[in-house]
Design a binder for this molecule. Structure first.
Ligand code: ADP
Length: 242
């Protein structure tokens, strides 16, 4: 196995005349939780969009697992390769049960290797991991905002991803829900998985991240531990100090 899960190399993304990502290179290793932070418009969402195959870069590459160039692959091919993303806004199916959601999250290739009992086991494991084991039969529409976020994390976990991308997982959550989400994210760390989190809540970032990449105007302004990020004058100036 490669040590680098995702290598972003010389990435450029333009929207018309606007340079959203500007010659960005970064490496995210297996076994780490990497937070990507920075002011609005810094390019965080665009970076996740390129990695997940939604946005095509003008230049540059994204290499998965050391060898696989995923830059111009389709969204579904990238997901099948093991790169999964939870989007910012919870978008559960209000009329489906919690268990049904997890079943949907298990991709077809993975599911074809499971018989009925193994599928039920897998759903049960995922629900336990995200703390929804008692909610399996409930309709998703009845869940709290925090529970909906955990359900969506469960959906992306269901196929055992190699790269898990979480877009603002604690936006709008209570302090207690945020605390539970931090514990959940840390419980998902494995030597053969990389976790990438975009988030504005710096206390949460400090709890979960091994390393932090600060983006500003489509470039890396700083990379390091949260302690060093907080102490960096340029980061304070463009982001933390405001
Ligand atoms: P962040 O997630 O850090 O807030 P984004 O990646 O969403 O930043 O956006 C970076 C910049 O690119 C923003 O100024 C945004 O308005 C612009 N942008 C993003 N997507 C598009 C698009 N599809 N068309 C035009 N401009 C876009």
């Amino acid at each position: 196995m490669a040590t680098t899960a995702l290598l972003v190399d010389g990435l450029n993304v333009r929207f018309g005349s606007f340079q959203a990502i500007d010659d960005l290179s970064l490496a995210i290793d297996y076994g780490e939780v990497r937070a990507v932070i920075g002011p609005n418009g810094a390019g965080k969402t665009t970076l996740l969009d390129v990695i997940s195959g939604i946005t095509r870069p003008k230049q540059g590459r994204v290499i998965f697992d050391g060898v696989l160039d995923i830059t111009h692959r389709s969204e579904s091919a990238i997901a099948r390769a093991g790169i999964r993303r939870k989007f910012q806004k919870p978008s559960v199916f209000e009329g489906l049960s919690v268990r049904q959601h997890i079943a949907i999250g298990i991709d077809v290739g993975f599911r074809s290797r499971l018989d009925e009992a193994a599928l039920e086991d897998r759903i049960g494991q995922v629900l336990e991991t995200v703390g929804l084991e008692r909610e399996g039969e409930r309709l998703a529409g009845e869940l709290s905002h925090g529970q909906k976020q955990w359900l969506e994390i469960g959906m992306v976990l269901a196929s055992d991803p190699k790269v898990l991308m979480l877009d603002e997982p604690v936006a709008g959550l209570t302090d207690e829900e945020t605390e539970r989400t931090a514990a959940l994210v840390r419980s998902l760390v494995r030597p053969d998985r990389a976790i990438v989190v975009v988030e504005h809540d710096m206390d949460f970032v400090e709890r979960i991240a091994d390393r932090v990449t600060v983006l500003h105007e489509g470039r890396t302004l700083f990379e390091g531990s949260m302690d060093r990020v907080r102490a960096d004058a340029a980061v304070v100036e463009v982001y933390l100090g405001r």
